[in-house]
Each structure stands twice: as C-alpha cells, then as structure tokens.
Design a protein around this ligand. Structure first.
Ligand code: SAM
Length: 252
C-alpha cells in the first residue's frame, strides 16, 4: 500500500472528549484519500483476513458482515472464498472501488455494499450473521463509548457461536501520542485520526464472549502495531439482546 505515515510531529493539546465534528472531518478525509489513491491498500487480502477466513470456515460461516471495508481488499477475498459479504463503510468512494474490484473478480453477486457510519445501529437483523470482520475500523475516530456501542451491535447481529475478528492499533504503536491530540487516546497524524487501544479496553470489550484470543502483529511500512482479537458469541448474549435495547451508539 502507499505510505502515509512519514510525518511525525507532536503538538500538545488539552485532553478532552473527541471534538464533535471529528467524524465528519474524517469521513471527508477518507473520501478524498480513496479518490486520490485508488485501491490504496492493494489487491491482496490482509493477514488478518486470512486468519478470519480460517475461523469463519471452522464455524461453517456463509454470511459475514465487514465493518470499515474500505476499497475491499478483504471483502473480495472473503467472497472468492465462498462467503456472502455485507460490506459497510462511511466512504462511498471506497465502496465504489470495492464494487469494481468485486465485479472484476467475478464475485459481484456475493457482495452487498452499504454506505454506513458505524456510530449508527448496524443495518443487519439480530442473530443473522455468522461472522463479523473489522480490520482497523474500531481504532478510527470513535470515542470509547461509541466503540462499546459498535461491539454491542456486533453482539446483536451475530448468531450464537458466530465469530468476531477485529484488529486495532494499540498504545505500543509508533504513532501513539504523535500529532494532534483529540482526547480519549485519539491522535490525528497526517490527517488520519486513530484511537489507540489499551489492553484494558480490549479486555473490557471481550467480557462475556467465549474463546477470546489476542494476537500482536505488524502491518505496513511504519510498521503499524496492532492487535488482532478473535472472540465468539456465546448463547447467553443472545438472551440479553432480546431484552429491550437502548441504543448505546446514540451518545459519545
Ligand atoms: C484504516 S481503513 C481500513 C480499510 C479496510 N478495512 C482495509 O484494511 O483495507 C479504515 C476504514 O474505516 C472507514 N471508517 C472510518 N470511520 C468510520 C465510521 N465511523 N463508520 C464507517 N466506516 C468508517 C474508513 O472510510 C476506512 O475505509
């Protein structure tokens, strides 16, 4: 992929809640970036997607939701591997490139795209997905409370025994603390805002799930330092989702 991580400047800013317009600014930034650098992550699947595919096969998955699918390097791989994929992203430009790539690979019928901001409830029926995949989505410009809301939504849409594989940059990443501080461990560097995860946050998000695995890995030229988390939806969470559900995504 192209390398966007070359600058390393630090400005000290007061730590506070993420600014209200940060997600809107980030959406514009991603739209612009995909337009300027089509297929910026390349056409090969990520190592995280290859791992996820093994886990999806192990639970006989047929339907998978991908959050923050971008231009679809992993979506196309999942579809070529036989899955039906619902690809969500708030960048329509990324998703246009995704549809082109899927058609080129002959798997257009296996892919559905929806322009969607994950701060809103997922457009997916409860208990209907065999798997959810999110490579570097939860570590975008989302507050801790919004991240909790996304994971609650993943729990809602997964069927019992379904698997959630996600990756996040963490506080051991070279860019943690660099650039503009937006509070809540969110730092903006080179125009990209990232929420760097602590291990405590990973553990909190795994509470109540089964078979939790945390794997450290690196990606890209910086390299980015990430954790890949695999966790399984236990049937006891299915009971909880049948109770009246206050949408935790509504507030930051
Ligand atoms: C680091 S990129 C990863 C893209 C893709 N998963 C990959 O690895 O090729 C993060 C993606 O998340 C999307 N994104 C960021 N914030 C989002 C939000 N609040 N809702 C939906 N998509 C978002 C961006 O548009 C971008 O495509």
């Amino acid at each position: 992929m192209r390398h966007f991580d070359s600058q390393h400047t630090t400005h000290s800013m007061p730590s506070s809640a993420p600014s209200r317009d940060l997600p809107a600014a980030q959406r514009r930034h991603w739209q612009h970036t995909y337009a300027q650098y089509p297929e910026m992550y390349g056409q090969n699947p990520s190592a995280a997607a290859v791992h996820a595919m093994r886990r999806f096969r192990a639970v006989s998955a047929r339907t998978v939701v991908e959050l923050g699918a971008g231009h679809g390097r992993d979506t196309v791989y999942f579809a070529r591997s036989g899955l039906q994929v619902l690809a969500l992203d708030f960048s329509s430009t990324g998703l246009e490139q995704l549809r082109t790539a899927a058609a080129r690979a002959g798997v257009g019928q296996a892919v559905t795209t929806v322009v969607h901001d994950v701060r809103d409830s997922l457009p997916v029926a409860s208990g209907s997905a065999d798997g959810v995949f999110a490579h570097m989505l939860l570590c975008m410009a989302l507050s801790t409370n919004q991240i909790r809301g996304v994971v609650a939504e993943v729990a809602r849409v997964l069927r019992p025994g379904g698997v959630f594989v996600y990756t996040v940059r963490h506080i051991g990443d070279p860019h943690y603390g660099a650039g503009v501080a937006h509070g809540d461990d969110i730092f903006e560097h080179g125009g990209f805002a990232v929420h760097f995860f602590s291990r405590d946050l990973v553990d909190e998000l795994a509470a109540g799930w089964d078979g939790v695995e945390v794997h450290a890995f690196e990606e890209g030229e910086l390299p980015r330092r990430l954790w890949r988390i695999t966790q399984y939806h236990p049937s006891r969470l299915a009971a909880a989702r049948n109770s009246p559900h206050k949408n935790p995504l509504a507030s930051a």
